[in-house]
Write a protein that binds this ligand. Structure first.
Ligand code: KIV
Ligand code: ZN
Length: 385
């Protein structure tokens, strides 16, 4: 089994399904281009049957893609699959992704019994495969599907020609141990499982999407489905930046690689936040405003001596220019001296001591002390002397 993990980005499909995250045609093309440039292997560009706009966006993205495979989503029916193919067929490497909900709750919606559903899967995957060599099957709500039936759906999809089998944790219900076991067991027990790529698609309802995706990789999955900033329905999808950086930083225990250029992460994160209208929370892993910021005196002092004291990765690796040491009431003398030095003020210990008192007084009244505040403090101090 290869050590390479494919990154399947669904920002433009599952991400855009977040209520309020709709993007314009031009914005979608721009994000797709950025995803392609950063090395995403597969871009799920939309759900072509959903609207004329989605169809056009997927078709245009397919025409423009340079190296990424372009995928469209379709429910398990011929009309959806045909529409999807019409949109993705322009790509150098198109993919049809078709799915149906296989858990008891989801089977009740189209009112299909297990045999009827099995037949539907066979027919739809066969139909998709007659159109396209690259077909992904998803048993939606796989983690709440009875084991025997899940295994049966996967078996049918493989026999009908699916090349990727996706095991979605549609409602973010699973936990890492189960996530790994499910993929491992499918790989062991389904006939010809080794001929396809197993994929993981996790939602974050219980905050475990990243952990579950990585566990699935440990269990044998070789495709992670994710979105920029974890955008997605309800609590979102697995965040691309989290799984990619985790695989990179903890390669000692998760020896898998991706072909993502991580230095492009910040840029696309900011762009997705802007176009989707979903701001990134300050303390969000990897891309939050505070992910590489240190305010407390002990942390700032440590960072000034050795950045590894409080950072497990370099900000430059995700496209930032460096660590930030914002000055606030928790900051210490070392950071103040460093900052004043950067502003061009070299001073002796006594002067620094005086300014530090003034600085603490100001910091008690303000959340953050900015460069202009410090310059004013220095001038005030020298005029009072
Ligand atoms: O969450 C889910 O199950 C999905 C499928 C369509 C793959 O998004
Ligand atoms: Zn999903």
């Amino acid at each position: 089994m290869t050590d390479h993990v494919l990154i399947f980005d669904t920002t433009l499909r599952d991400g855009e399904q977040s209520p309020g995250a709709t993007m314009t045609h031009a914005e979608k093309l721009e994000i797709a281009e950025m995803l392609d440039d950063m090395g995403v292997d597969i871009i799920e560009a939309g759900f072509p049957i959903a609207s004329e706009g989605d169809f056009n966006a997927v078709a245009e993205i397919a025409k423009r893609a340079k190296s990424a495979q372009i995928c469209g989503l379709s429910r398990a029916n011929f009309k959806d699959i045909d529409r999807c193919w019409e949109a993705v067929k322009h790509a150098g490497n198109p993919r049809i992704h078709t799915f149906i909900g296989t858990s008891p709750l989801h089977r009740a919606i189209p009112n299909l019994d297990m045999d009827q559903m099995a037949e539907r899967i066979h027919d739809c995957v066969t139909h998709a495969r007659n159109l396209c060599d690259n077909v992904q099957w998803s048993s939606m709500d796989a983690t709440r599907t009875e084991w025997d039936f899940l295994k049966r759906t996967v078996d049918i999809a493989i026999k009908a020609g699916a090349t990727t089998i996706n095991i979605p944790d549609t409602v973010g219900y699973t936990e890492p141990g189960e996530s790994a076991d499910l993929i491992r067991r499918l790989l062991e027990e389904v006939e010809n499982a080794e001929t396809v790529i197993f994929s993981t698609h996790c939602h974050n309802d219980l905050g475990m999407a990243t952990a579950n995706s990585l566990a699935a990789v440990n269990g044998g999955a070789r495709q992670i489905e994710c979105t920029i900033n974890g955008l997605g329905e309800r609590a979102g999808n697995t965040a691309l930046e989290e799984v990619v950086m985790a695989l990179r930083v903890r390669n000692d225990v998760m020896p898998y690689d991706t072909k993502i250029d991580t230095t492009k992460i910040m840029n696309i994160s900011r762009r997705v936040a802007t176009v989707s209208g979903f701001p990134v929370q300050f303390n969000k892993a990897i891309v939050g405003k505070n992910a590489f910021a240190h305010e407390s005196g002990i942390h700032q002092d440590g960072m000034l001596k050795n950045r590894e004291t409080f950072e497990v990765m370099k900000p430059e690796d995700v496209g930032l220019t460096g660590t930030s040491l914002p000055l606030g009431k928790h900051s210490g003398r070392a950071a103040l001296r460093d900052k004043l030095g950067k502003l061009g003020f070299e001073m002796g210990d006594n002067e620094l001591k005086d300014i530090f008192v003034r600085f603490k007084d100001l910091a008690d009244r303000k959340k953050e002390v900015f460069d202009e505040d410090l310059i004013a403090l220095v001038h005030q101090n020298s005029s009072d002397d």
